[in-house]
Design a protein around this ligand. Structure first.
Ligand code: AGP
Length: 590
């Protein structure tokens, strides 16, 4: 997801505002940046490849009350200055930035070429200012021209544009987030709240199919299709700026791992009536489907075991990208539970559309209030993890698992037992996350960081944790890691094991422990360097990372040393754990 930020108002440091604000979105891992400032002389565009963190806002000190900026995560066209946003209209009066994909850009481009437009980039975005310009040439005002151009775009996008002559800032969203910050000195429009949080915490959410336009003094929301005005309530963001900043941690990822001392308790703090309503909806449902992507999908896989082991309830789990194949089974009495930290993941939103097209109800378990997923769902539970800014999902994942574990307890009418377990688990995590433990993990990371391959095995609810362990280690350290069910080793993967291959065995203190020890022994017999993550040491372990015995919450405590190991491997292998290559914090394209 690209970073988008614009300002319009009384302040005259618009360029500085948008540059500094974009830096607060930098954690998403971008490859280029660009800024448009409106001055008496016209619109000044500065853009380049590289990170916005290398750009000084002092270079944008010209008097400017209307500005927009963008950090790009390349989808169409390589990482070049020409492909960076903003893109200008041919007459230089309209500047545009964009997130998402204009699916019909190729045919629009051909039409524009017949009208004499030439293209300087490989992006789909470049058609946007030219389309607006064409509409204005037929006499339409900037707002009308913008809206008519949007009606010709197909796909999921967020577009922000400014017009020098009218001094207006306009945005449209269809599938990609945009939020308005309502300040005392003007309006801020951004793809995420941290961009303007130091200026205001009063927000208004733009919904799909809506446009917002402001001249810096007033703001109007409209329906894209009809142009009719829409009213929006103002919402106060409860996060503090400090919560959204790194504090004295070297990276957001480490801060967010440590946040888990408190975030499990926050996840447990749910409205009891709401949880019981959701439990009843699950009981009544003809088929419950748990759906998410990446790490959130692994949380869903763990929850399948929670529902089975804790409350004897069957649920279906699948990756959101695969859900479309299930539509044959969906009936109005089906229930779809979607799990998403950002609440903006395209595949999750698409799965929701599939379920709703069949009349099924949707429960969203999200971290970001007001996100597209949250606002499209019939029920919403928030994991209350606070802002998760590192690309690698850590506290959000344990928050997701915690909420689903709570629902499993509510299903067997033991909600209080579930809350007690989670609060106790939070305390156990607090004890576990001490400097000595982190140091121990850093040492282990030092011992294995030069290896090319690493394998992780788990059984039962630790099988999803083995898969999640692989995601964590892959995405921040770029080491090849793979997770397997322990029982699957002898059906193929054990051929991969050579003397010294680092292997991690995830165990609890439960009925599958002995099976897992057998599997781990098979690895050891082939010379693996065996790292055990378990409540108890076993003689076959070369290294042992102790975890508390957390009963049905065991996967929640097990994944935490893995998160730290992944972080340490990244740092010791010279990678930036907060901004891993090729990845974005929220995947808003399919
Ligand atoms: C996890 O570390 C990754 N960043 C990724 O797998 C992520 O979990 C996935 O893209 C889903 O994101 P969401 O929770 O915001 O929907």
């Amino acid at each position: 997801m690209c970073g988008i930020f614009g300002y319009s108002g009384k302040r005259q440091d618009g360029g500085k505002i948008v540059v500094e604000g974009l830096k607060n979105l930098e954690y998403r891992g971008y490859d280029s940046w660009g800024v448009a400032c409106t001055t008496k002389a016209g619109i000044t565009i500065r853009k380049d490849i590289g990170k916005i963190s290398t750009v000084s806002s002092d270079d944008f000190s010209e008097t400017c009350c209307l500005a927009l900026a963008h950090t790009r995560w390349a989808t169409h066209g390589g990482v070049t200055p020409a492909n960076a946003h903003p893109h200008l209209s041919r007459d230089g009066t309209v500047a545009v930035v964009h997130n998402g994909i204009i699916e019909n850009y190729a045919e629009l481009k051909e039409t524009l070429k017949t009208k004499g437009y030439t293209f300087v980039s490989q992006t789909d975005t470049e058609v946007i200012p030219y389309m607006i310009e064409e509409e204005m040439k037929s006499g339409k005002s900037f707002p009308d021209a913008f809206r008519n151009a949007c009606l010709q775009f197909h796909g999921r996008y967020a577009i922000l544009a400014l017009h020098q002559a009218s001094g207006m800032l306009i945005a449209a969203r269809t599938g990609s987030p945009l939020i308005v910050g309502v300040g005392k000195d003007g309006y801020y429009i951004a793809s995420d709240i941290p961009a303007f949080m130091e200026h205001t915490r009063t927000v208004q959410y733009l919904d799909d199919g809506e446009i917002v336009e402001t001249d810096g003094k007033k703001i109007t929301f409209r329906d894209i299709a009809t142009g009719e005005e829409r009213q929006k309530r103002e919402i106060q963001i409860t996060w503090t700026v400090e919560q959204a900043q790194k504090g004295d941690f070297a990276h957001f990822m480490l801060k967010e791992i440590m946040d888990q001392k408190e975030s499990i308790a926050r996840a447990a703090n749910q409205d009891e009536e709401e949880i019981m309503t959701i439990a009843q909806a699950i009981r009544n449902a003809k088929g419950t489907f748990l759906v998410g992507c990446g790490t959130a999908h692994k949380a869903c896989m763990a929850a399948e075991y929670f529902f089975s082991v804790v409350s004897g309830h069957h649920v279906n789990v699948c990756s959101a990208g695969e859900f479309k194949l299930y539509h044959h089974f969906l009936v109005p009495e089906s229930l779809l539970i979607v799990v998403s930290q950002s609440g903006e993941t395209a595949d999750v939103l698409e799965a929701m559309n599939v379920a709703k097209s069949k009349g099924a109800k949707v429960l969203a378990i999200v971290n970001v209030e007001g996100s597209s997923v949250a606002r499209a769902a019939d029920y919403t539970l928030r994991i209350n993890a606070g802002p998760e800014r590192a690309v690698a999902s850590t506290k959000a994942m344990t928050g997701q698992m915690s909420v689903m574990l709570l629902i499993a307890y509510a299903l067997k009418n033991a909600l209080h037992d579930g809350k007690t377990l989670l609060l106790e688990t939070g305390a156990l995590i607090n004890d576990m996350l001490n400097p000595r433990y982190v140091e121990r993990i850093a040492t282990i990371a030092g011992n294995i960081k030069r290896h090319e391959h690493l394998y992780i095995i788990g059984k039962s609810w630790h099988y999803p944790m083995a898969l999640e362990s692989a995601i964590k280690i892959q995405e921040v350290s770029y080491m090849h890691a793979e997770g397997f069910a322990g029982s699957e080793l002898k059906h193929g993967p054990i051929a991969l094991i050579e003397p010294g291959t680092p292997c991690i065995a995830l165990l609890g203190n439960d009925e599958v422990t002995s099976d897992m020890l057998n599997n781990a022994t098979e690895l050891k017999a082939r010379g693996a360097l065996l790292i055990g993550i378990a409540p108890k040491r076993h003689e076959i372990f070369d290294e042992w990372l102790k975890t508390p015995d957390a009963g049905a919450a065991q996967p929640i405590v097990t994944i935490i040393p893995i998160q730290i190991l992944a972080y340490e491997l990244a740092v010791q292998r010279g990678k930036d754990p907060d901004m891993p290559r090729n990845l974005a914090k929220s995947v808003t394209v399919k």
